[in-house]
Design a binder for this molecule. Structure first.
Ligand code: AKG
Ligand code: FE2
Length: 310
């Protein structure tokens, strides 16, 4: 079949028990990850360590959050647009809440204390556990990327300062005459993003050939995307995928993303720089990239990284 007529994202299997650092399946998978990131900027990870019941619980918890009164949700304030409660007039279908430092119990608890002042232990336990499960997949992928470029010696210093934002997102159905755009075309500002959804579909990824792949992320699968920070770290070897959300179906979309951010300087390792591939981006603090993005009021720049540091 002509691939171009029906482009598909690479699917990478993370379910094997033999997938541990150094094993032959680990090395093979690392190369698949690198190839997928270079060609598509993303891939579908099949990952069965997160049980179906957990997915049901997190999306139930998401609904509970979005059902809270607006005056409660807006209390999730942040100095950066990427965190906090987000609802913008130009994308009326979209609403999201960010949970900062979601892999730590303090991070979850301080968010939960604002949303549920009389306490919600179940919410805290579910979200904390889930953020950690997703971060395990993120760490596996990041380690594989470093290894497959032969720069594993730099991995630990990045892993030590990685922070995680969990964002829960809701897209209501459009009313008659209303736009069906849920999220405009963009690349993520993260190092790596892990997305999953409650079976409504709507995410669309643009290939390098400018073809759109619209997909529903299947159960036990996660869409793993390279963000702008990983693109910069790789000295442009890795592609950060352009994507958008369009609500075409009959079902509201609930999705959840774990975004990793380096609390420190991003810099391409020497090994990825040579005469043929000179350093493209000056070293930068990852949070400064986020601040730069936050100042771009209309979010018109498709690729923030290029605008920020070329
Ligand atoms: O709803 C989704 O799955 C995608 C959201 C997204 O692209 C983002 O938050 O960066
Ligand atoms: Fe995104």
């Amino acid at each position: 079949m002509d691939q171009k007529a029906n482009p598909q994202l690479p699917i990478i299997d993370f379910t094997e028990d033999s997938l541990y650092p150094g094993s032959s399946s680990w090395i093979l998978t690392s190369n698949e990850v690198r190839h997928a990131f270079e060609e598509y900027g993303c891939f579908v990870a099949v990952y069965d360590k997160i049980k179906m019941q957990m997915n049901k619980d997190v999306f139930r918890a998401s609904r509970e959050l979005f059902d809270l009164p607006l005056e409660t949700k807006v209390k999730n304030v942040s100095d950066n647009i990427y965190y906090g409660y987000l609802k913008l007039p130009m994308i009326p279908l979209y609403e999201s809440l960010g949970i900062r430092n979601a892999t730590t119990s303090d991070g979850i608890r301080s968010f939960s204390n604002i949303m549920f002042p009389s306490g919600n232990d179940h919410f805290c336990k579910t979200m904390h556990l889930h953020a950690n499960q997703l971060s395990e997949l993120e760490q596996m992928v990041a380690r594989m990327v470093f290894e497959s470029y032969g720069v594993e010696k730099h991995y630990e210093s990045y892993a030590k300062i990685m922070t995680y934002l969990l964002r829960v997102m809701k897209y209501r159905l459009p009313q008659k005459g209303e736009t069906n755009v849920g999220a405009h075309v963009h690349t993520d500002k993260s190092f790596i993003t892990i997305l999953h959804e409650d079976q409504a579909g709507g995410i669309e990824i643009r290939t390098k050939d400018n073809e759109w792949i619209a997909m529903k992320i299947p159960p036990y699968c996660y869409l793993v995307m390279a963000g702008d920070a990983l693109l910069a770290w790789s000295n442009d070897k890795i592609h950060s995928a352009f994507h958008q959300v369009i609500i075409r179906g009959e079902k509201e979309r609930y999705s959840l993303g774990l975004f990793s951010f380096v609390n420190g300087i991003i810099e391409a390792p020497e090994e990825l720089v040579d005469e043929e591939h000179p350093r493209i981006y000056k070293p930068f603090h990852h949070y400064d990239l986020l601040d730069f993005y936050a100042k771009d009021d209309d979010h018109k720049t498709e690729c923030t990284m290029k605008a920020y540091r070329l």
